[in-house]
Each structure stands twice: as C-alpha cells, then as structure tokens.
Design a protein around this ligand. Structure first.
Ligand code: HEC
Length: 238
C-alpha cells in the first residue's frame, strides 16, 4: 500500500508537463507543425516562423501579417508554461485564434515537442543544424512541404524546364500550359490553381512555375510572382 502511494506521488511530482522531454522524439512530433511553421527566422508560411519564440510576446513577429485580433490582444508571452497550454488546446487558451490545430492531449508528446523547439528555435540553431545535416527538410516546409503538396520547396527561381511556364491558353473549360521543355499539358479548369508567391522562394517576375499538386498528375498549381501577371499570361484562345 505504501509502495502504491509512493508510486502515485512520484507520478504526480514527475508529471510529464514538467519532466524533461526528449528532443529527438520531439523532432518527429514537429511534423504536425512543419506544414505551417518554419524554424527559420522570418520564413512565414500559413503560420508565423517559430524562430526565437521563447520570450516573445504572442502575435508580435513584425514580418507576419496575418495574426488574428484574438492572439494580438491575448497578452500572452511565450514560455514553457504558456506554450504547453497553447499546445494542449489553442482554442481554450485564446478563443477565436486562427491556428487550425486541435491540440496535443498527450503531455509526454508536448514535453518532447517543447524540448525540441527549445533547442531548434534558439537564435542561430537553424544554421548549426543545417551544417550538421541533422535538420534536412525540417522546418522550412522542405520534406513535409513536399509531402503535403507544394509547400515552399523547391526554389521556384531555378526550376527545371518542365516546370517553367512559357504560355497558358484557356478554352471552354480547359487550360493548356506550355512549358520550357516544349510540352503542353491540358487541365480541367477546376484542377489548375493559380497562386502567387512574392517571397524568397517564389518565381521571378514573368517566369511563373508549374508545380504538380495531385496524386495522378491531373492537378497542378501555377505560381506567379504577382497577381497582375495572371491575366496577362493567360490567353483566351481555342
Ligand atoms: C494548419 C496550420 C498550422 C498548424 C498545423 C500549426 N499551426 Fe501554429 N499557428 C498557425 C497560425 C495560422 C497561427 C497564427 C494564429 C493567430 O494569429 O491566431 C499560429 C500560431 C502559433 C504560435 C504563436 C506564434 C506567435 O508568433 O505568437 C505558436 C507558438 C504556434 N503556432 C505553434 C505551433 C506548433 C508547435 C504546432 C505543432 C504542434 C503548430 N503551431 C501547428 C498555423 C498552424
């Protein structure tokens, strides 16, 4: 009986929320975040970069322009405790925020993730890890971005000829996209998405890129440097 109490007590005292997490397991858990969050400074995707997050006021990264009013007015400062609370249930902590994420109920997984993030978001951590080759594809939308259909890789300023868009025509319900390798591919209009990326990895002006998006090669994105190029590039002709 005494033993049982001792075990119960130890369980409470060593409650995983306060136990040291395992950063290696945490790096795996970060896959849930990587489609939306980079760890490189000011590299914003759906969500803001998490570089330097510890000690930062919530919603205060100047380069991220899509924070919700709810997060901006939350008064939260990010530390071990507030990040843990956010990851349990973002909606409960800051009602009306814009992070589409249900939360991680397993406290062990949260501790692991925080142990990883604590290291990976330190200033200079990304360069270090890149040099060690330990972070390949993580945090920049690289590996995950690729798997999740598009992401931010590759750098659209230097894609192979098969992805360099030379011309697009539009006829009835069909787009025909001609690329620098001389091929023309036809897409049902609802299967071709026209997007822009004005960022570092976006295409040069006047040089939109074709990026496959579907499993069957039936869908693709054409990514332009700016919205004014879209209608200029597409020629209505049968
Ligand atoms: C589907 C996209 C998406 C996923 C997945 C996601 N986030 Fe977010 N995250 C966002 C968005 C969008 C915001 C901004 C929310 C707002 O302004 O209300 C945000 C905000 C945050 C913030 C506050 C940042 C700041 O500058 O104040 C933190 C911390 C954060 N996320 C951590 C995580 C972690 C850790 C994970 C993985 C467990 C994760 N997020 C998963 C989209 C996402």
């Amino acid at each position: 009986m005494k033993r049982l109490v001792a075990v119960a007590l130890a369980t409470i005292l060593l409650s995983p929320a306060f136990a040291e997490g395992d950063p290696t397991r945490g790096q795996q858990d970060f896959r849930a975040c990587a489609p939306c969050h980079s760890l490189q400074p000011d590299r914003n995707m759906t969500g803001p970069s998490l570089a330097g997050i510890w000690g930062r006021k919530a919603a205060s990264l100047p380069s991220f322009e899509r924070y919700s009013d709810a997060l901006k007015s939350s008064g939260v400062v990010w530390d071990d405790r507030s990040l843990d609370g956010w990851l349990v249930d973002p909606e409960a902590m800051v009602p009306g925020n814009d992070m589409p994420f249900a939360g991680i109920k397993d406290s062990r997984a949260r501790a692991d993730l925080l142990a990883f993030l604590r290291q990976a978001t330190k200033p200079g951590a990304q360069q270090q890890m890149a040099q060690q080759g330990g972070m390949k594809g993580m945090g920049g939308g690289g590996m995950m971005g690729g798997m999740m259909g598009g992401g931010h890789d590759p750098d659209l300023k230097s894609v192979e000829p098969a992805k360099q868009v030379k011309a697009i025509t539009y006829c009835h319900d069909t787009y025909r996209v001609t690329t620098a390798d001389g091929k023309t591919r036809a897409f049902w209009e609802r299967n071709l998405r026209l997007k822009t990326d004005s960022g570092k990895d976006g295409p040069h002006r006047g040089a939109p890129a074709l990026v496959p998006a579907g499993m069957m090669g039936d869908r693709a994105d054409v990514i332009f440097a700016a919205p004014d190029e879209i209608s200029k590039t597409i020629e209505g002709r049968c």
